[in-house]
Design a protein around this ligand. Sequence first.
Ligand code: G6P
Length: 613
Amino acid sequence: MCGIVGYIGKKEAYPIIIGGLKRLEYRGYDSAGVALFSDAIRVFKHKGKVADLEKFIAEKNTSGALGIGHTRWATHGAPNDVNAHPHGTEDGGIVLVHNGIIENYATLKLFLEKKGHIFSSETDTEVLAHLIEEVEKGGESDFSSVVRMALQKVSGAYAIAVLSAKNPDLLVVARKGSPLVVGVGEKEFYVASDAYPLAEYTKRVIYLEDGEVASLFRDGRMEIKTITHESHTPQIQVLDIELEALEKSGFDHFMQKEIHEQPRAICDSLRGRLYSVEDAVIQLGGIQNIEEKLLAAKQFTFLACGTSWHAGLIGKKIFEEILRIPTRTEYASEFRYGNPIIGKDEVFFGVSQSGETADTLAAIQCAKEGGGTIVGICNVVGSSIARAAHAGLYTHAGPEIGVASTKAFTTQITTLLLLALYIGQKKKTIDDVRIKKILRALSDVSEKTETVLTMDSYIKDIARKYKDAKNALYLGRGYGFPVALEGALKLKEISYIHAEGYPAAEMKHGPIALVDEYMPVIIIAPEGPSYEKIMSNAEEIRARKGKIIAVVSEGDRRLERIADDYMEIPKIDDMLSPLLSVVPLQLFAYHSAVLRGCDVDRPRNLAKSVTVE
Ligand code: G6P
């Protein structure tokens, strides 16, 4: 969702800010803007893409070695030029960008209007600029103190970057609930909502903690205080992101690149963890401090949203099969407001690619307050969920830029499987023979994924046949059911074809009414315990003239007889089958969307990182 960038130093800020906004485009947005400070603060903002903003600014004065920028995903007020950030006071003396939601903005606005402030936008953000101005009128001369005092009156979530015309050598940034990273250069600072815009300038970063306000001075000084004015010592960390990971590297889209990166990503997920297949040795450093809790847990809960929730559904099946301990998978948004029962001997897994999804973050915080143990299963290093958890495992997928999640999903499953095996081995709920068998299969997954990827152009041909469908149904059983959900989500997200995932047997209780000769039905039917049952479901579809696209194990000719099209995946243990069966569905969605002329990496209305609830 909204993205923030900022710069203070000696270089021209504009190219850095625009370049940074382009790196943040993947988060999802509908307008963009910048504020640049040389002799005065100049604000430029525009509805639409960053490229539209650039065109709009083309002939204007963009000088200044201090600036802020923003991509806005509309919450309060329509996506238009006026509501786009930056926002400022009437005289333009205080200008800021904001990611998050100011929950008490209506009360603050009323209070400020009574004081004579005139607002020009419908946003909650504009209130912040006026509030800071109002506090400043109280006589405090130190601008950073003014910002901190103003923030004491604010409830809600925010990451902000603030400019003050009276302070040409200062950039003030703050965070509570929304992410913000400060990049430390040589007498210069970079600021962004995530580390990607910083990677080309510096590897030294500070992940601001909730409630911290950083004052970044042009001479290279930095001061971090809490909003209640307590000093904090900054913790500088070293970024581990290669620039190449942020480029398309010859692919047409990030999503395409990320689908093809899965063999590598799965290897990276296993690296250092799958220590020895032959001796069945798994090492998971990230959970050592809570190992006792994991072994004593009476219940496990996965909390997640979107694709990560689908990985959680697979995690539940894996955990229950290997550990025989009750496990639930909850939508984070439903869990947190559902008056949840939280056991002290319960372990909660916050599964999140970005580690910033607002509902998942709030749900794990709710579980933590209730006494639960929290484990983060995140991709983005240093993200809020990773830091809020008691322990965690990174999935090591590398930066995922495409809005439709792909490699994050397969690496989440890989990580959860390793974790279940690790706990199962210690608790002796699974014997070493079975562990070795699964580990051997896991170590072969990468190569088998490569095999699936060789079907790319074949799947493109299948997508061409069905690209004009209005609806699609995805059916699976057992481990295939979450894959059906994920396949349907991929298709609807990026191609805008209405698609539903359903348990194959449940199909008879409703969706079968929709089946006719125009309905493609994707049946996930690799070899496994559910195979015979799903064959019968396929026959039921066939009898109603539905078009069947079957995902089957290689060499399976039984479904071929009734399928209109089929996609073969290498044979694999049932528990690992989602790692392979999801790949043709990702390719099918990708090619369908491209053939329909959709903007695959920036699908309408969607955001990569959903930082508001
Ligand atoms: C958004 C993204 C999805 C993602 C979901 C959860 O909806 O578009 O791709 O699965 O958020 O995100 P997370 O970062 O928590 O995995």
